[in-house]
Design a protein. Structure first.
Ligand code: SF4
Length: 179
């Protein structure tokens, strides 16, 4: 285990000590279950990322969930109309903590080329985002890179972060109340 857990490790005869935070972070990072929220063309790039050539399963994320309660990595792909904003937020709110969000592609990140009255200019107007993947559409390699960046964040996230005043303030800034 000392080869894979990036944490202070104390080895002894028949035992090994490390930090619980690091072990849990490692386990979480290698078993992120995606919830694909795909509205348009970037969703096709996600399908390619799941298929055999790029094989998202190699990263422990082979199980897409269409139930928010059984997913912890919300992947938003495609143009999000302002009318869809409340729906996206409801999906996010239905996910259990800890939950993470990737904005895949220019549209989810910033509205992309659709600088118009009807399109949300980035999903971070309605929910917090952890990783942004650029491109129109991003190649599957870029989506994999985004997942790997998220894995790094997850691996190093302290267990107490979700109960911290800073995290609650972040959610409160989106009008999301934590019980
Ligand atoms: S970023 Fe480009 S490819 Fe992706 S949904 Fe928007 S228009 Fe389509």
């Amino acid at each position: 285990m000392s080869n894979i857990v990036q944490a202070p490790v104390i080895n002894g005869e028949g035992y090994q000590l490390t930090q619980l935070d690091k072990v849990i972070g490692l386990a979480r990072s290698k078993s992120l279950w995606p919830l694909p929220f795909a509205t348009s063309c970037c969703g096709i790039a996600f399908m390619a990322t799941m298929a055999s050539t790029y094989d998202l399963a190699r990263f422990g994320s082979e199980r897409p969930s269409f139930s928010p309660r059984q997913a912890d990595m919300l992947m938003v792909m495609g143009t999000i109309a302002k009318k869809m904003g409340p729906v996206l937020r409801q999906v996010y709110e239905q996910m259990a903590e800890p939950r993470w969000v990737i904005a895949v592609g220019a549209c989810a990140t910033s509205g992309g080329v659709f600088d118009t009255y009807s399109v949300l200019q980035g999903i971070d107007k309605v929910i917090p985002v952890d990783v942004y993947v650029p491109g129109c559409p991003p190649r599957p390699e870029q989506i994999l890179d985004g997942v790997m960046k998220l894995q790094e964040l997850v691996k190093n996230e302290p267990m107490r972060r979700r109960n911290s005043p800073e995290y609650k303030a972040l959610l409160a800034s989106y009008g999301i109340v934590v019980n």
